[in-house]
Design a protein around this ligand. Structure first.
Ligand SMILES: C[S@@+](CC[C@H](N)C(=O)[O-])C[C@H]1O[C@@H](n2cnc3c(N)ncnc32)[C@H](O)[C@@H]1O
Length: 265
């Protein structure tokens, strides 16, 4: 097909279904070029290996292993980082797997998600809406708050948290919004912040999310940002760590033993 024909076809598709233009914005090559423009020296975060965190790794996690489930290593990382901490705040609940796992380690857990009404207004699938909190609501100690991080009053909380997990909307603008609000209102000097979906998989950076993290995090903290190897998570961690450069394809240096134990839910 000639370039002109292709262009006209794209134009027609975009006029019929304007949301298709999002695909152009979300295109990985385009997102990578935006990151390069803003952060030419920071194409990837330095990596810390799970066994170099200086905390014994939590090796058992609960997961539905369904669409949208975090990686086993993401959940193990959250549980590991929760050790010795007192409070956890999370943006993005979905079925509640992340907060459920953290609540096995610490008592004061809060998760914030869009309200059912707002999700209905967005015409989201009814079954999808109803599954929110299906796991985490089984633990009555977990606080479930409803709200949109765009206008949620974080200031009213008047509380700082020890561990924060940002896992809401993964567009650049929303990652930046959520990150800025967390740093404005919820962090103290030793807070550990974890972002999900810094990467699509441990070897493929999600540049849109990464740029949102960098633009939302005050510059004075940038040297504390890392990617946890074998996970999809970026973290803000106080302390000094042995790091490696991101490489893809990566020559594996760890072989994980994983036990799969199904339980009826
Ligand atoms: C990837 S899921 C969270 C998964 C969960 N943290 C886990 O690991 O089990 C993202 C969630 O963020 C919620 N969300 C999206 N945009 C949001 C917003 N602006 N404010 C609050 N929650 C939002 C969605 O409803 C969805 O349930």
């Amino acid at each position: 097909m000639s370039k002109l024909k292709k262009f006209l076809e794209i134009l027609k598709a975009a006029m019929e279904k304007p949301y298709l233009l999002n695909l152009v914005i979300q295109n990985q090559e385009y997102q990578e070029s935006l990151l390069k423009k803003s952060y030419p020296q920071q194409q990837a975060l330095p990596q810390i290996s799970l066994d170099d965190l200086g905390i014994p790794l939590e090796t058992s996690v609960d997961s539905f292993l369904l669409d949208g489930s975090s990686m086993i290593t993401d959940l193990a990382l959250l549980k590991t980082l929760a050790q010795g901490k007192n409070s956890y705040f999370e943006i993005g609940t979905w079925r509640g797997e992340s907060v459920w796992n953290v609540a096995k380690i610490l008592e004061d857990c809060t998760t914030l998600n869009l309200s059912m009404e707002e999700m209905k207004k967005m015409n989201l699938n009814t079954q999808y809406i109803e599954l929110h909190g299906i796991l985490s609501k089984r633990n009555p100690k977990i606080k479930h708050w409803e709200g949109n991080t765009l206008n949620f009053n974080f200031e009213a909380l008047q509380k700082k948290y020890d561990l924060i997990f940002i896992d809401g909307d993964h567009s650049y603008a929303m990652v930046k919004n959520d990150t800025q609000k967390v740093f404005e209102h919820l962090v103290h000097e030793n807070t550990v912040v974890v972002w999900h979906d810094y990467a699509y998989n441990p070897e493929k950076i999600r540049h849109e999310v990464y740029r949102g993290i960098l633009d939302g995090t005050p510059k004075k903290y940038h040297h504390k940002l890392y990617h946890i190897a074998n996970s999809m998570c970026a973290v803000l961690l106080p302390g000094s760590f042995k790091t490696r450069e991101f490489e893809s394809p990566k020559k594996p240096n760890i072989l994980f033993e994983i036990q799969v134990k199904p339980q009826v839910f």
